[in-house]
Design a protein around this ligand. Structure first.
Ligand SMILES: [Zn+2]
Length: 180
């Protein structure tokens, strides 16, 4: 198991305060970074926390209240200005799509990276992201708007088996379920 690192960039609520930034958290595992919610000022908080922009591979938006997504278009714009080419996946309730399309069309239509929008069904639990090392599952949450939480789960790694020791101890292949 690799350690997960969580950077709490903001934990405040709808109205600004000097003590909290709006909601945004970066989950970091195996050199990959995932952003959960993107409140206003998230990109500045990433700078303050010395989180690079380049390793962010996906953004997860829990629900469509401004304090959870007002920072998104500014951050996407900055990625474009910095010459990002790696695609960025955005997982969010479907209601965000038309708003995001309009903002991207207006402000970010000549950037070199692709934004892949994935609508999250906030009514059911489902694996919405998967790569070699982890899965992310959506979890329906109660709120005034359709809302989902996100469960990051590392995949179990296979035990390390040495071919030379298998031969040495004459272990039958039928007893080994992950030999290469
Ligand atoms: Zn809310």
């Amino acid at each position: 198991m690799e350690p997960f690192k969580i950077h709490i960039l903001g934990c405040g609520s709808a109205l600004p305060t000097l003590r909290h930034n709006p909601s945004a958290q970066v989950v970091e595992i195996r050199e990959k970074q995932f952003l959960v919610d993107c409140g206003e000022g998230t990109q500045l908080q990433m700078r303050r926390s010395k989180i690079g922009f380049n390793r962010l591979c996906a953004v997860f938006i829990s629900h469509i209240h401004g304090d959870h997504c007002f920072g998104l278009i500014g951050m996407l714009s900055s990625f474009g200005l910095l010459g990002r080419t790696m695609p960025l996946a955005i997982y969010a309730p479907k209601e965000l799509k038309p708003v995001l399309d309009m903002l991207l069309e207006t402000f970010c239509n000549d950037f070199d990276y692709e934004i892949q929008f994935h609508a999250v069904d906030t009514k059911k639990r489902a694996v919405i992201y998967e790569d070699r090392s982890l899965t992310v599952e959506s979890i329906p949450l109660k709120h005034r708007e359709p809302c989902a939480g996100f469960l990051f789960r590392e995949k179990p790694t296979l035990p390390h088996i040495r071919r030379d020791m298998i031969d040495f101890y004459s272990i039958p292949v039928s007893q080994i379920n992950n030999i290469k």
